[in-house]
Design a protein around this ligand. Structure first.
Ligand code: GRF
Length: 245
């Protein structure tokens, strides 16, 4: 039997993250669980096979027969059963700086909480809701007059860039080590304290058994963020939850 591979994207709606991914990396197929979703037409218009499969069992069988190297959930509004996330490498994108504001209406939660910054997180999917290991985060400021819609639009632009970067990191994950730059700490909690103390947006990543903090984005490695207003405990939780490939 010929083994098909590549990237399969799961969608339920508008499909803008899928469109952005397919414009930047090779997407083998799209699976959509909502027949009338706008993303179906977008995928087919791009010449990508789009399987419409409302039932979760059907989604799971389609994934098993496609046997992709990577599954990217992009606005897929169902939780995958644990056996699916165990059989496949699955990523998700979420419109907040996890672990803050998981679940539905993340941007509304951020506006209501009055945070100064929010953003997006690409993470590996596990059996929980937005709990899997974090690959990349990116931040945007929340303006005093922001509504759920205006904040969503600002975050979405970053989602498109961040998802492509995360997929490229995954595809090249065995080819490079974490950069040796940044202040280095033995303990994730100390790294988080240092990031919060330095103020501004800081980038934190794992460097073997140590943790690095820098004001500059490290290329080629999974990283999480500390943003103004963050609690050091939240930042440490993010850092401990970075992906280990
Ligand atoms: C995005 O905000 C994504 O983070 C969330 O659902 C939305 C999907 O948008 N999970 P689109 O369908 O990719 O345009």
């Amino acid at each position: 039997m010929v083994k098909l591979s590549g990237i399969v994207v799961l969608i339920s709606g508008r499909g803008s993250n899928m469109e952005s991914l397919a414009s930047n990396v090779d997407v083998r197929a799209v699976i959509c669980n909502v027949p009338e979703a706008a993303g179906v037409g977008i995928a087919r218009g791009m010449g990508i096979e789009c399987i419409v499969e409302p039932a979760m069992d059907g989604v799971a069988s389609a994934l098993d027969s496609l046997d992709p190297d990577l599954v990217c959930m992009a606005g897929f509004m169902r939780i995958l059963p644990p056996d699916v996330t165990e059989r496949h490498e699955v990523m998700n994108i979420h419109p907040s700086l996890l672990p803050l504001f998981p679940g539905l209406h993340a941007q509304r939660q951020a506006v209501r909480a009055g945070v100064a910054y929010s953003g997006c997180t690409v993470h590996m999917a596990d059996a929980g809701v937005d709990t899997g290991r974090i690959i990349l985060q990116d931040a945007v400021p929340v303006m005093p007059d922001d509504t759920e819609d205006t904040l969503s639009g600002r975050i979405l632009l970053r989602e498109h860039q961040t998802y492509t970067r995360a997929v490229r990191l995954f595809l090249s994950r065995n080819d490079h080590d974490a950069p040796e730059s940044g202040a280095v700490f033995d303990d994730a909690g100390e790294a988080a304290e240092s990031a919060v103390r330095r103020g501004g947006v800081a980038y934190l990543w794992r460097n073997g058994g140590t943790f690095a903090v820098s004001g500059n984005h490290p290329d080629n490695t999974p990283c999480v963020l500390s943003v103004p207003g963050d609690d050091a405990g939240v930042v440490a939780a993010r850092l401990r939850n970075t992906v280990r490939w």
